[in-house]
Design a protein around this ligand. Structure first.
Ligand code: NI
Length: 185
């Protein structure tokens, strides 16, 4: 169990498509350590989601966990979810949602990204069992952000450029009630 260094914007691993993990690899000591390290690193950084490429492992594993992160005040809590080889299915009729996303690989920078408000996630859990879950609002945003990382994408690829702001300026100039926007289909 270890807090790992996070890959920062410009590191080529953030631009690679990560490969799938099979059950044997996942259940190996190395696979389980990877997941423990993701959890330790995420909690240490007060983040809400982390993908394996961000700790320099180009495999399709990501985690999400949100419990009153100081980086995202006012958002609902999301319990720890470990997702291996996740596939997302947007629930289009739920419309879209946009918040000022940030990324542990791009410290300090935030910007609005339009995401599906609800998604169905098909994945394996950390023991290799298939899981299917539905996530809405903050949880849906986080999982879409993390699965982008597995495909070599970062939120800057999707951001509305004129909304880019540093964290400090977001806190100074954007009232909390204006940090979430929702819309229909
Ligand atoms: Ni990120």
């Amino acid at each position: 169990m270890a807090i790992r260094k996070t890959a920062q914007l410009g590191h080529p691993i953030l631009r690679q498509r990560a490969r799938s993990l099979d059950v044997a690899e996942l259940c190996s000591e190395r696979g389980q350590h990877l997941i423990d390290d993701l959890i330790d690193t995420l909690r240490d950084a007060d983040g809400v989601g982390l993908a394996a490429p961000q700790i320099h492992e180009s495999v399709r594993v990501c985690i999400i966990e949100a419990s009153q992160s100081p980086r995202y005040p006012g958002f609902e809590s999301v319990p720890l979810l470990v997702l291996v080889n996740p596939v997302l299915e947007p629930i289009e009729e739920e419309g879209w949602i946009s918040i000022y996303e940030g990324c542990l690989s791009i410290p300090g920078l935030r910007g609005q990204v339009r995401r599906s408000r609800a998604v169905r996630v098909h994945a394996m859990d950390r023991q290799g069992y298939p899981v299917q879950i539905e996530l809405r609002d903050f949880g849906a945003i986080i999982v879409q952000h993390e699965v982008d990382h597995l495909n070599g994408m970062i939120f800057l690829d999707r951001v509305a450029p004129q909304t880019l702001t540093f964290q400090r300026e977001l806190e100074r100039f954007v009232p909390v009630e204006k940090r979430v926007i929702r819309g229909g289909i």
